[in-house]
Design a protein around this ligand. Structure first.
Ligand code: PLP
Length: 366
């Protein structure tokens, strides 16, 4: 039977009918703390530099872009090498329109034998799996949502998937796992180990990119959307063995990354120290906000990212989410009963968030 949302004349794939589109609300709010963006806008100097580069490349928009985005891939390799002491070059880097497109390409290339991830984690992993007809297995975490590595390995070995997804720091919990734990998983499981490090720059743990030369089955996904303050440009990338990158070229659409995107990202990488300069402040704000939430009697999961998942309030998650929005604060109901997630904003936004939350919690009690 077709889902009633869809008209009978629409030959939608059967497997898609029960799904809902990704839909974090995009509504106006005084503080937008729901999609883990970096709250600090680009400097005027960077805006001007991007505009100048784009006006140069615009004269060539009659031509297709560099299909292989070689200059950008080299520059991303240098960025990672600077950060992690590795020695990657362009053949070990792939870049696309956000790490979501990277994830889609991984499923398209490698999804035959299915994929596993550990719930709760990034909701787009299972959604993109289903859209690409990749069988998805929801692996289990502990009841406090931390990851039990030995148990995870058992689940992966049993499922024997082509792709294992580990998100660290994990979204929505914020928990980071150690490089030793990643290595243990890599040593013990079949198939490819995909480490989604969207929030790596916020974390104190060493990046799994340092393991790739020893373990060619490890793929690390990164993005410019979070720490890099560049979500609107849509730039995500992966680091992996060159054979993985060659497989990405099989499944990518020709000329997938526009000249405009490549040009803007190249300039942004020239300004990387400016763009990343907010990271230290966001980390200390994160710890300050976590302490304030605990003072309110809430339980906060330990986070190495730029967001916090908290619980311990009396209302339902949708009720408190709405009450916060009524106070002008947009946070995230990630679909975990009794929990809400807030992104760390500017100091002023965090103050507004804490103030609104105190009021909402006081109302709960009255
Ligand atoms: C935000 C996020 C991404 C997506 O990032 P884009 O590069 O903007 O597509 C990927 N993985 C995780 C875990 C995220 O939280």
């Amino acid at each position: 039977m077709t889902d009633s949302r869809w008209p009978d004349w629409l030959p939608l794939r059967k497997s898609l009918a029960p799904l809902s589109a990704y839909g974090a609300p995009q509504v106006d709010a005084e503080a937008t703390l729901n999609t883990n963006e970096n709250p600090f806008p680009l400097s005027q100097e960077l805006v001007k530099a991007i505009a100048a580069r784009l006006s140069e490349v615009c004269a060539n928009l009659n031509r297709y872009p560099d299909r292989d985005a070689l200059e950008l891939r080299s520059k991303l390799a240098s960025y990672i090498n600077d950060q992690s002491g590795t020695s990657f070059s362009a053949p070990e880097v792939w870049v696309a329109n956000g790490s979501n497109e990277i994830i889609q390409s991984l499923f398209l290339a490698f999804g035959d034998q299915g994929a596993i991830g550990f719930t709760p984690s990034y909701s787009m992993h299972p959604l993109i799996a289903r859209v690409t007809s990749t069988q998805w297995i929801d692996g289990q975490r502990r009841s406090d949502y931390s990851l039990d590595i030995d148990d995870a390995i058992k689940q992966i070995v049993k499922a024997a998937p082509a792709l294992t997804f580990i998100t660290t720091p994990n979204n929505p919990t914020g928990e980071a796992i150690s490089i030793a734990e990643i290595e243990k998983i890599a040593q013990s499981v079949p198939g490819l180990l995909v480490v989604d490090e969207a929030y790596a720059e916020f974390s104190e743990e060493q990046s799994a990119v340092t393991l790739i030369s020893q373990y060619p089955q490890i793929i690390v996904i990164r993005t410019m959307s979070k720490a890099f303050s560049f979500a609107g440009a849509r730039v995500g990338y992966l680091l992996a063995h060159p054979s993985v990158v060659e497989a990405m070229m099989l499944v990518r659409l020709p000329y997938h990354l526009s000249t405009l995107t490549q040009g803007a990202a190249l300039v942004a990488l020239d300004f990387k120290s400016e763009l990343l300069s907010g990271v230290a402040e966001l980390r200390s704000e994160r710890d300050r906000v976590a302490a304030s939430l605990r003072e309110m009697g809430l339980t906060v999961l330990p986070s190495q990212a730029n967001f916090l998942l908290f619980t311990g309030f009396q209302s339902s998650s949708p009720q408190l989410w709405q009450a916060m929005l009524d106070h002008g604060i947009l946070i995230r109901d990630v679909g975990l009963s009794g929990y809400l997630r807030t992104t760390i904003g500017t100091g002023a936004e965090n103050e507004k968030f804490l103030h609104a939350l105190r009021e909402c919690l006081a109302k709960e009690k009255s």
